[in-house]
Design a protein around this ligand. Structure first.
Ligand code: SIN
Ligand code: FE2
Length: 212
């Protein structure tokens, strides 16, 4: 057992008692089917390791599709209508993804979800996402729809406080987490992706947001 297993054990699983406003939909899609659409988006705006305001670079590589894309640099976090690397608009969110995201949001109790941003996070083994909340959007009545593809991950729901207590949600290829309402501004994190042999080379997370 390595240090990661010990840390995972600190967070009891969420399965039997999901926090209010967090809905987990299992096995709704998969990386294999979505890879062509992801490749088309990254041909327009390649994955990059963004700098955070403190100066560090994220271990996760990101890009975006949609009218707005989430960006970070030394000056702060923001949504940008053009890719700062190229000055060009982001690729549009594929119609099929808009329909899927709206359907999953509706299943979770949010019937009118029209995302204008799909943030794409790519996690190589070892990459992680520190505790944060999604707070750069205009309208917190709209949920976040977060799709896990490829390698498995441990998502940690921390809720009202950055320091927890946390609860683990094991996410596999095709699982979808919707958080909105009471949970919309909840803190969350992703444990480092394990280097175990897997059918997938990485984990990809699609996060659909209504940013503007
Ligand atoms: C995020 O919170 O931005 C990413 C969540 C995830 O990768 O599951
Ligand atoms: Fe997030």
């Amino acid at each position: 057992m390595g240090p990661m297993d010990l840390l995972d054990d600190l967070f009891p699983p969420v399965e039997d008692d999901p926090p209010a406003g967090v809905v987990v939909l299992r096995a709704r899609t998969g990386l294999a089917g979505q890879r062509p659409a992801i490749d088309a988006i990254t041909a327009v705006a390649p994955f990059r390791h963004l700098q955070v305001p403190g100066g560090r670079r994220m271990s996760v590589a990101t890009t975006n599709a949609g009218a707005r894309g989430w960006c970070s640099d030394r000056a702060g976090y923001r949504y940008a209508t053009r890719d700062p690397l190229s000055g060009q608009p982001w690729a549009p969110i594929p119609e099929a993804w808009l329909a899927l995201a709206a359907g999953w949001a509706a299943e979770a109790g949010f019937p009118c979800f029209v995302p204008d941003c799909c943030l794409i996070n790519r996690y190589a083994p070892g990459a992680r996402m520190g505790a944060h909340r999604d707070q750069d959007e205009q309208d917190f009545s709209q949920p976040i729809v977060s799709v896990s593809l490829g390698r498995p991950a441990t998502f940690v729901w921390l809720g009202a406080s950055r320091s927890g207590p946390g609860r683990s949600i094991s996410l596999r290829d095709g699982d979808v987490v919707v958080f909105g309402g009471a949970a919309r501004l909840g803190y969350h994190a992703v444990r480092p992706i394990r280097a175990d042999p897997s059918a997938f080379d990485c984990r990809i997370n699609l996060t659909f947001r209504r940013a503007g």
